[in-house]
Design a protein around this ligand. Structure first.
Ligand SMILES: [Zn+2]
Length: 77
């Protein structure tokens, strides 16, 4: 009868280790994804229409400089 208790204990330990490994792997993946999604230094530009500073990736290049790619000042032009 005691052998069954040992088997259950071993199973639980292996299960716990497996859960820890899965969580660590997921955390590493998330960290890598966040680092890829957020570049360290994104250049900021100023919208020539409304004067707002915004990341270069969210701006639109126009003849006189940069403008908001989204938002109210993008409506006419
Ligand atoms: Zn703007």
């Amino acid at each position: 009868m005691k052998i069954i208790a040992w088997l259950i204990l071993i199973f639980l330990v292996l299960f716990a280790l497996r859960m820890i490994n899965l969580r660590n792997a997921r955390a590493r993946r998330n960290a890598a994804r966040d680092a890829a999604a957020k570049p360290a230094a994104e250049p900021m530009v100023r919208c020539v229409r409304c004067g707002v500073y915004l990341p270069r990736t969210e701006a639109r290049e126009i003849s006189s400089g940069y403008a908001c790619a989204v938002g109210g000042c993008n409506a006419n032009g």
